[in-house]
Design a protein around this ligand. Structure first.
Ligand code: PMT
Length: 359
């Protein structure tokens, strides 16, 4: 079959070419070793294991990276979902963007809910939790300590899309013996375009025309993906292969696979979610819109068709990680706000039980 050429002269990257052409991250051995011990431990105890991916991947423009392209995601969906999976008795591998939100600490980690604001100094001079936050913090602490006691949460960080893809492949391979007890919950916002290793410049791209020769030494080398053209920076990215297909068909054929679909245009959401389900033939697509993702999502599955999951009006959590006005619907002070992940995760776990029963 003739392969379609890209404008930069390179053939489109297939999944297998990707790993041949883009180097293994230095952290992969450690990631693999930690994950192997974790998975073996829970497989021996017949506990279900969920791989939750979270946060955005970056695309570095230089090998010694000063500039990079980022993908939108605070990590709220992933970190919050991970907590509810733990509550549903899953062991959780949390593959997350370094420094994005983490399960449990997410409650106290941002400038709008800095942990220092929850502390006070007692009359005897000790630093203690303020009385008004004791109940809430104690509940979070108890859940956190339970997860630690049970060795039920493994935190694995990534930064670049390359690290993410190598990690995903390694983890999927390690999880394969779990069979149907494995669950993939792919909430990370994964880059669709990247700079392949062979077209990445080594040093910081110079903005001054007087210094632009610094990165363009070898005339036989592949055309750099990012370079100055006069005063403009021109960036020419390759597509990242869609690994969802390979995950479903080859890396984790017996596990339950849940992907997310992020859109901004409401008219496209259902159609794109159905398209993804048909194309990748996995179990569930969860569609969400950028502006409403904290209180409504659309489940699309072969088994259940289309189903909206919504937080009732008046029970929407006041957003602390996203200060956009549309997120600030705000529950009334008398009603406990509901996190949409507390509705999503039990539905996913139920579908997973049905799949396990069938298998
Ligand atoms: O963290 P928050 O701020 O709470 O935001 C959460 C979220 C909006 C980021 C999350 O809910 C979400 O929608 N995540 C998926 C975003 C995304 O990458 O959508 P996509 O349409 O680009 O990709 C769809 C699926 O294909 C994803 O599950 C992804 O894992 C997969 N993919 C993407 C790119 C790629 N090259 N290969 C893939 O397999």
């Amino acid at each position: 079959m003739a392969s379609q050429e890209q404008p930069n002269g390179a053939a489109p990257t297939s999944e297998t070419d990707y790993f041949a052409g883009n180097p293994e991250p230095a952290s992969l051995d450690q990631t693999t070793s930690l994950a192997r011990d974790f998975i073996n431990y829970h497989a021996a105890n017949k506990r279900r294991v969920a791989l939750v991916t979270s946060g955005g991947t970056t695309v570095p423009l230089e090998n010694q990276t000063v500039r990079f392209i980022d993908n939108f995601s605070a990590g709220t969906r992933g970190a919050t979902s991970a907590e509810y999976f733990l509550e549903s008795d899953y062991a959780v591998i949390f593959l997350h963007r370094q420094f994005s939100l983490l399960p449990y600490s997410r409650h106290y980690s941002h400038s709008t809910n800095c942990f220092l604001d929850f502390m006070t100094t007692s009359p005897s001079g000790e630093v203690v939790v303020d009385a008004s936050y004791q109940a809430q913090m104690s509940a979070v602490l108890q859940r956190y300590e339970k997860a630690k006691r049970e060795n039920a949460l493994l935190l694995l960080p990534f930064t670049t899309v390359n690290e993410y893809l190598w990690d995903l492949r390694a983890l999927a391979t390690l999880m394969r013996p779990l069979g149907a007890d494995g669950l993939f919950y792919l909430a990370a916002a994964v880059s669709d375009f990247f700079v392949p290793a062979q077209r990445m410049v080594e040093h910081k791209i110079q903005s001054s025309e007087d210094f632009t020769h610094a990165n363009g030494g070898d005339p036989g080398a592949a055309k750099p993906a990012a370079q100055m053209d006069g005063k403009s920076l021109v960036i020419d990215l390759d597509p990242v292969p869609k690994f969802l297909k390979t995950l479903v068909d080859a890396w984790a054929p017996r596990s339950m696979i849940v992907s997310f679909k992020l859109e901004t245009d409401p008219a496209l959401l259902a159609e794109k979610a159905h398209y993804a389900l048909k194309k990748y033939a996995h179990h569930l697509v969860i569609g969400n819109l950028l502006n409403t993702r904290k209180y409504e999502v659309l489940f699309v599955s072969a088994a259940g068709g289309e189903k909206w999951i919504r937080v009732p009006a008046g029970r929407r959590a006041k957003s602390v990680t996203s200060p956009r006005p549309e997120d600030q619907d705000g529950a009334s002070s008398r009603e406990t706000p509901v996190e949409i992940e507390s509705l999503i995760v039990p539905e996913v776990a139920k579908m997973h039980s049905e799949l396990i029963a069938k298998s």
